[in-house]
Design a protein around this ligand. Structure first.
Ligand SMILES: [Zn+2]
Length: 479
């Protein structure tokens, strides 16, 4: 009788050390799972309850999607209690979400190098869990912890502020002037135009070459063929066009994440390639060529994925649709017609992205910084110092704020309207922020300036108020 083949013995399975997150969920007690189900219903069903922010609302506290990501954080907290604090996993319940525990967990995350926003969000979610227990516990409320959700929420806020202060010290931030940026652009543009002139002269025997960039680009669009440019020439032309969009030339600086997904006119109708996109009719970020009034060429920039738009609520606020005219539009037309084919080379054009690397791949957000530093070295030496592309947004917001202040002073002095279009509101909406966020996020030095000016002028104001007060007192107007 042949012996049965021996199956190799499995090595004894070591108990896994990690008991965090969804891993903890597997060993959670039935009771805790039931409580979590209750929390889920409470958070996601619309009813007339008081939200943790103190506003009575008929809305649900959060969407199911948000709840799911928050739920993970709660299980992570229990995992922490189990593993780091030695608590018995089977006995843990929602009432073990305590102020002390939350504090310990947040400190733990901070020590592990967690980001300020993440730590603060954990605190917010745990405070919400406590709020849920307060709302549903009825008379079984534990006496020891009054105002527990408020305590944790405020702890989270304080921690975030302290951590952010640690992360970035804005005092050392010295940004170049917006005018230096303009000089840099004009050098780059000049170089691109010079290159086009040479190329046109080589192809066509044109004696009189226009000096105006606009006329020159129009001429190029008429006389050149798709294979006119070398890879290097194409790279330069693309740099000039890309700088329009990324560097605040034609528009306030757009995000590199939005620009790298920008499709060319030829591919504009194809299906959106953003993996987060939930809208089946979406065509993605794109540049569409149009003919405007009087036969002028227009490049319309359409950005449904401008920021973090996922097709959910509030998404439309971030949709963005602006027409570029003049030099900037022509540059974008030229890039599609001449630079793309040269950069693409013999590669197949599968995705239809407008901006490409030298090897014909999509221009990724990670390509921006090295690309920009190369340009600054060549055209902005001595003008821009060590600026990174993200800082261009800061430069622009500071400029718009200063301009707005000047305009309002002019309006008071001369009682006339300011110069209209270039406003902080306009710039902010293109950058995908509210004016307030825009200032808060990008113009940190500005707030210090405003505060300083207030302090400087306060004495004058108080003297004036005192004088007025004395006058009114004489008139018997003050009682
Ligand atoms: Zn989309």
């Amino acid at each position: 009788m042949p012996a049965a083949p021996r199956t190799p013995e499995k090595p004894a399975q070591r108990p896994k050390r990690s008991r965090y997150g969804s891993d903890f969920k597997k060993m959670a007690s039935r009771k805790l799972l039931g409580q979590m189900q209750g929390l889920r219903n409470w958070c996601t069903t619309p009813s007339n309850k008081i939200s943790p922010d103190g506003n009575g609302s008929k809305m649900s506290i959060c969407s199911l999607k948000t709840y799911r990501s928050n739920e993970v954080l709660v299980y992570l907290y229990f995992g922490f209690l189990h593993r780091e604090k030695g608590r018995d996993a089977v006995k843990l319940q929602l009432r073990d979400v305590t102020v002390q525990g939350c504090q310990a967990y947040m400190e733990h995350l901070r020590a592990c190098g967690g980001k300020a926003n993440y730590v603060a969000n954990v605190g917010k979610v745990l405070a919400r869990v406590m709020h849920y227990m307060d709302c549903t516990a009825g008379t079984r409320k534990p006496k020891t912890e009054t105002h527990a959700p408020q305590k944790v929420a405020s702890l989270a806020r304080q921690m975030k502020v302290a951590m952010l202060r640690q992360d970035v010290d804005h005092d050392g931030l010295a940004l170049p002037d917006v005018r230096a940026l303009q000089l840099f652009y004009s050098k780059l543009e000049e170089s691109a135009m010079g290159m086009l002139k040479v190329v046109i002269r080589e192809t066509k025997a044109i004696r009189k070459m226009p000096n105006e960039p606009q006329a020159l680009l129009e001429l190029a669009l008429n006389v050149l063929s798709a294979d006119s440019l070398t890879r290097e020439q194409a790279w330069l032309l693309q740099a000039a066009a890309l700088m329009c969009l990324a560097g605040g030339r034609g528009l306030p600086p757009l995000r590199s994440s939005a620009l790298s997904l920008l499709k060319c006119n030829k591919a504009a109708q194809s299906r959106c390639t953003n993996t987060d996109c939930q809208d089946p009719s979406c065509s993605g970020n794109r540049v569409v060529h149009e003919i405007g009034p009087a036969g002028k060429k227009v490049a319309r920039i359409l950005l449904p994925h401008h920021k973090t738009y996922l097709g959910g609520k509030g998404g439309n606020a971030h949709r963005f649709n602006v027409a570029l005219r003049g030099v900037h539009a022509l540059l974008l037309w030229c890039v599609e017609k001449y630079a793309r084919p040269a950069l693409l080379g013999c590669k197949e054009d599968t995705q239809g992205f407008l901006f490409l690397t030298k090897t014909g791949k999509a221009f990724q957000p990670s390509n921006f910084a090295p690309w920009f530093h190369g340009l600054v070295e060549e055209y902005g030496e001595g003008l821009l110092g060590n600026v990174c592309p993200q800082q261009i947004r800061h430069i622009w917001v500071r400029f718009l704020r200063q301009k707005e202040e000047q305009d309002s002073q002019h309006m008071q002095l001369m009682s006339r309207n300011g110069s209209g279009g270039i406003t902080l509101a306009g710039g902010a909406s293109i950058m995908g922020n509210s004016e307030e966020t825009c200032l808060k996020r990008y113009d940190v030095a500005g707030r210090r300036e405003i505060a300083q000016r207030f302090a400087d002028e306060a004495a004058t104001l108080y003297a004036q108020l005192l004088g007025e007060g004395q006058h009114m007192l004489k008139q018997g107007l003050l009682i």
